[in-house]
Design a protein around this ligand. Sequence first.
Ligand code: C2E
Ligand code: MG
Ligand code: MG
Length: 623
Amino acid sequence: MTSSSYKSVPPVLRKVHILAVGLALLIATFSLILVEYATLKSSLSDKLQVQMQIVASNITQTLDAGKHKSIENVLSSLSAAPEIDAVALYGLQQERIAHYVRNGQLPDMAAKSPVTELTVNTNLLNAEIWQPVMEKGHQRAVLYARANLKQLYRNLLWYIGTTIMVMLVTLYAAASLLSRLQRAVLQAEERAGFLTNYDTVTHLLNRYAFNQRFQTLLDEAQQKSSVLALLVFDLDDFKVVNDTLGHDVGDMLLRVVAQRMVATGNLDHVIYRVGGDEFAMILEKSEEVENIHAIANRFIEALAAPIAINDRNLYVGVSIGASLYPYDGEDAAHLLRDADAAMYYAKSRGKNNFQMFSVEMHHKSSNRLTLESEMRVALEQGQFELHYQPQIALPSQKLIGVEALIRWNHPQRGVLMPSNFIPIAEEVGLIVPIGQWVLREACQQAMAWKAAGIEGLRMSVNLSGRQFRQESLVNGVTQIIEETHMDTDLLELEITETVLMEDAETTITRLKELKAMGIHLSIDDFGTGYSSMAYLKRFPVSRLKIDRSFIRDIPLDADDVAITTATIQMAHSLKLEVVAEGVENQVQLQFLCAQGCDIAQGFLFSQPVDRHAMTEIAKARET
Ligand code: C2E
Ligand code: MG
Ligand code: MG
């Protein structure tokens, strides 16, 4: 499928078009010249007749008087007309009375029968005229004149010259117009062909071309009873790049990725761009299908290297899924669905890896789809609920706040925990409306508690990565705060360490905007990402939450003890409060108190509970 196949007018045919125009012009020119020749000739004979009539009327009187000399004078006056070669006047006995000759001979009148009527003869060189001279109805004599056609040919030549010039100019104009038109048509055809088959951003073949090719290869494989492998590639963090750095950078990134993929494959490996950040490749040879792991890993390695765009190093990575014909499916739709399922499985396995399709994946992927549509219904029908987990100040053990944690009261599957649906909501974008619901509900609850006399209870709300990167985040938060009349001093937003570090400079700006509204900010799951001290110092956050995994094995695990101790000291030196997550027992609590940890949260104090239970806990603690 090369672009040349779109050239529907072959060059030979284009030449034929121009030749046809030329031939038509030539015939037209030739006919014009013939018509002009005939016209010139007839006007010459007309002119000759008029001249002869004038002469005849001038000489009738002198004829009687026998003044031959004066007749000759009249005849020779015709010498003023350059085409007249000879003139003569003959009597009725064919005797010559007078003549004038400039060129050639006079005709032999003896051989000629008497002339009684006007006769005009023309050949290629001359025009001859015999004109009877009449007086009162009787013929008196015969006038003869011969004119050469030199002037006529000169005029004709001039006419031919001009006509040919005009014809050539017309031909040239027609040829260039024709070729310009053809070029425009050709370009339009090529462009249409390109758009149908190619992706305009990466210039790779597109989904349409992929579908066509895949079907052809499947038909061939069926006939030959051979195998095929379909690989589906999905970039891991492309959405992050698009959301945070804009679509231009996104497009540049896609182009580099496409180039890298083409360079990584060999000539048989045609790469198709089949969706936003999705690519596909078909392996046709059985030895390649056997080597599929090695081939896929080559692509993973190639895309793992950073991509430099606008002085930034971007890391994308790719998750690859594959399905095999005829083992995983017999038709294109099944094979695509299976390769997609394998690709999603690869993503769930920590991204940047390759998975072959298996039947279990099919269940998982159809689960995903069901879950997505069920989540939309859940939002509409109010199936989500917030639970609250107390946060306790150390060492006083005073209740100072709660963390809002979402639960889904699924009509068939019972209560679902966030790990069962938040990652999918994040992936498909539903996290944004869900997050707005959470924030609104949490703010309303905080204000309800305040109104009920439970003072100073801070409400911590989790923000997911996708929510935090939304351009409209600050506006959305402002709107909910206004709607719920939330006291911003009572609101804390938790953002995970990994999300904060993704694009630290943008993070700082965004955090500053939220901070300016009076909102408190904390770093969630601290210790699981790779924070740079330089940035930690610059983030306008007030709390750092040590991840549960570091608290769990305290005091038995020496590493966790060391990390927790160091984190508390480091946080204090940065003037940050420390919250320990997942505190389950007294030993952990004592250790944390001894290290000067500011706040604790965990099952030791309470599991996350619904708002009624939380209200009870709060009231009980106050008294
Ligand atoms: P997280 O923000 O780190 O929340 C703390 C998680 O630790 C909660 O899990 C909580 O139930 C659990 N936890 C608290 N104390 C203990 C303990 O002593 N032992 C043990 N084993 N676990 C404890 P949960 O509710 O399942 O939430 C899991 C994660 O889901 C949260 O981690 C948070 O990242 C996310 N999440 C929850 N609600 C929301 C939400 O409304 N929006 C967003 N974006 N994410 C949410
Ligand atoms: Mg949290
Ligand atoms: Mg946490």
